[in-house]
Design a protein around this ligand. Structure first.
Ligand code: AMP
Ligand code: GLY
Length: 446
C-alpha cells in the first residue's frame, strides 16, 4: 500500500523508494530533521511547514501552521507527499495522525508520531503516571487532584517532605511544573492551579508527586509499535542562568553521550522502562509509531521516569541526530512498514554538544527582528536555526531560542570549545547563551 504511493527505481540492483517528505514544525529540532533527511538517498523532495530561515536552504518552506490539518491535507495531496514527520507535540495531541487515518485520501500516507491515544503520554500527566503504575515502570509516588478534591490535595501535601512537585495535567507550554520549597508556597500554588485555573484548563487536574533527588538525562526511543531502537542519550540544560539558576526555558544546550549514563545504566533503562513501555502500549491497544522521549532521573544509579514526551526534544535532537550514522529516512520507513527491526542502526562514537543562542530577555519578553550576522563564518560547527526568518535577504531573529550550535569532538571539552567559538562568531543584538554548558559533567572525565 505504501509502495504504491511512492516512486521506485533500480539503483545498483537494489530497489530504492524515493519519497517526498513533509516535516511539521519550525524550530532547531526541525532544522536538524531537515539536515539529516536531506542526506538520505531515499529523499526526493523535502517540505517544511512552516520551517525557518535555516530549513529553507534544505527544502521548501511552506507557510502552513503545524496544527492546520485541513491546509496540511490539501498540501499533501497537491504535492504528492509520501510521509509526514511531526516535530512538536501539539499536532500529535490534537490528533494529526488520527486525522490522516480517518481520511480515505490520506490514510495510506504514513505519519511519524503517535495517534491521540499514545500522545496522551505527554498530553496528560495523570494518564502517563497511571500508565507507569499499571506497567510497574519506576517513577515517583503521586496523587492527582481536581477542584473538587482541593482539600484532600492540601492534606496530601502535608504528608510529603519538601520540596513539593506540582504538575498541571495538560500541556502548558513547558511551564506547568512548579517546585515550591515550603509547604505554605505549595498550598498557595495548588489552590491557584485548581481553584483559579492558573494554567487554564491544563490545570483542571494537578498531579502532586514526590521529589526525586538525582541527576537528569533523557533517553530517546524510535518505535514501529513492536520493535524499537534506543537512540543516543542526552543531557539538557533547562534553566536560563549559569549554574542552573533562574527561569525554566525550552533548553539552553545539550550534550551527548551522557557520561554518567554508562552501558549498565542504559541496560537498566531498557529492561525497566523501554521494554515495559512498548509492551504496555501494545497491551493497551495503542499502536504507537514514532519517538518516545523518556525524561529520567538517575537516582544513585537507578532510573526513575520523570516524564514522557511523544516527540524528540529540542535542543536534544541537535545532538542526537548528528550521532546517528544510519539513514533516518530508512528508519522512518521501517516505522511506517513495521520492519524497524530489519533496519541498520549505526552510531557515531564522538561527542556532540550544542549551545543555544537566545534573544535577550527570553524566556520572558524579548524582541524579534534583529539582524543576525556571522553564520557563514562559522567553520567547525553546524548551525541549526530555530527562531529565525528572512527580512528581505537578511536573516533576522524570530523567536526566543534563535540558533543551536552543534559541534563534534573526540572529547566533550573539544566539542564544547568549538560550539563556544561559534557562539561568539554569530552576532545579533541582545544575544545571550549559557557559557557553562557541560561544566557540571567535567568531573566525570577526571
Ligand atoms: P516535566 O515537565 O515533568 O519534565 O518537569 C519539568 C522539570 O521538573 C523536570 O525536568 C525536572 O527537573 C523537574 N521535576 C519534575 N518532576 C520531578 C520530580 N518528581 N522530582 C524532582 N524533579 C522533578
Ligand atoms: N528540551 C526539552 C524538551 O524538548 O522538552
Amino acid at each position: 500500500m505504501f509502495l504504491a504511493d511512492t516512486q521506485s527505481f533500480s539503483f545498483l540492483c537494489k530497489k530504492i523508494t524515493i519519497m517526498n517528505i513533509l516535516i511539521l514544525g519550525s524550530g532547531g529540532r526541525e532544522h536538524a530533521y531537515a539536515w539529516k533527511l536531506a542526506q538520505s538517498k531515499k529523499l526526493k523532495k523535502l517540505y517544511i511547514a512552516p520551517g525557518n530561515a535555516g530549513t529553507s536552504k534544505l527544502g521548501e518552506n511552506v507557510s502552513i501552521a503545524a496544527t492546520d490539518f485541513d491546509a496540511i491535507k490539501k498540501f499533501v495531496l497537491n504535492n504528492d507527499v509520501n510521509m509526514v514527520v511531526v516535530g512538536p507535540e501539539d499536532p500529535l495531541v490534537k490528533g494529526i495522525h488520527d486525522y490522516f487515518l480517518a481520511d480515505s485520501q490520506l490514510k495510506a500516507i504514513p505519519v511519524i508520531g503517535p495517534q491521540k491515544d499514545g500522545a496522551q503520554l505527554e498530553g496528560s500527566k495523570d494518564f502517563s503516571k497511571q500508565f507507569m503504575f499499571r506497567h510497574a515502570i519506576p517513577t515517583a509516588r503521586y496523587e492527582t487532584f481536581t477542584k473538587e478534591t482541593l482539600e484532600q490535595g492540601l492534606k496530601f501535601l502535608e504528608t510529603l517532605e519538601p520540596p513539593y512537585v506540582l504538575k498541571a495535567d495538560g500541556l502548558a507550554a513547558g511551564k506547568g511544573v512548579v517546585i515550591p520549597t515550603t509547604l505554605e508556597e505549595a498550598k498557595v500554588e495548588l489552590s491557584e492551579m485548581l481553584a483559579n485555573a492558573k494554567f487554564g484548563s491544563a490545570s483542571a487536574k494537578v498531579v502532586i508527586e514526590e521529589f526525586l533527588k538525582g541527576i537528569e538525562l533523557s533517553v530517546f526511543v524510535l518505535t514501529d509499535g513492536n520493535s524499537y531502537k534506543i537512540l543516543p542519550a542526552a543531557k539538557d540544560y533547562k534553566r536560563i542562568g549559569v549554574g542552573d539558576t533562574g527561569l525554566n526555558t525550552g533548553g539552553m544546550g545539550a550534550i551527548s553521550p551522557v557520561p554518567f549514563a554508562n552501558e549498565e545504566f542504559i541496560k537498566k533503562v531498557e529492561a525497566r522502562v523501554v521494554i515495559p513501555t512498548i509492551n504496555g502500549l501494545k497491551k493497551e491497544g495503542i499502536n504507537y509509531k514514532g519517538f518516545i522521549f523518556i525524561g529520567l532521573m538517575n537516582c544513585g544509579g537507578e532510573p526513575y521516569v520523570i516524564e514522557y514526551n511523544v516527540r524528540m526534544g529540542d535542543p536534544e535532537t541537535e545532538v542526537v541526530l548528528p550521532r546517528i550514522k544510519s539513514d533516518l529516512l530508512d528508519l522512518f520507513e521501517g516505522v511506517a512498514n513495521n520492519n524497524l527491526h530489519e533496519k541498520s542502526f549505526e552510531l557515531d562514537s564522538r561527542f556532540a554538544t550544542t549551545v543555544m543562542l537566545v534573544a535577550g530577555g527570553y524566556p520572558e519578553e524579548y524582541k524579534k527582528g534583529d539582524v543576525i550576522t556571522g553564520i557563514n563564518e562559522v567553520k567547525e560547527t553546524m548551525v541549526f536555526q530555530a527562531g529565525t526568518t528572512f527580512n528581505g535577504n537578511e536573516i533576522v531573529t524570530n523567536g526566543g531560542r534563535v540558533i543551536a550550535l552543534t559541534s563534534y569532538g573526540d572529547t566533550m571539552q573539544e566539542a564544547l570549545k568549538k560550539s563556544f567559538v561559534a557562539a561568539e562568531t554569530v552576532k545579533y543584538q541582545g544575544k545571550y547563551y549559557r557559557n557553562d554548558i557541560g561544566k557540571d559533567l567535567e568531573s566525570y572525565f577526571n
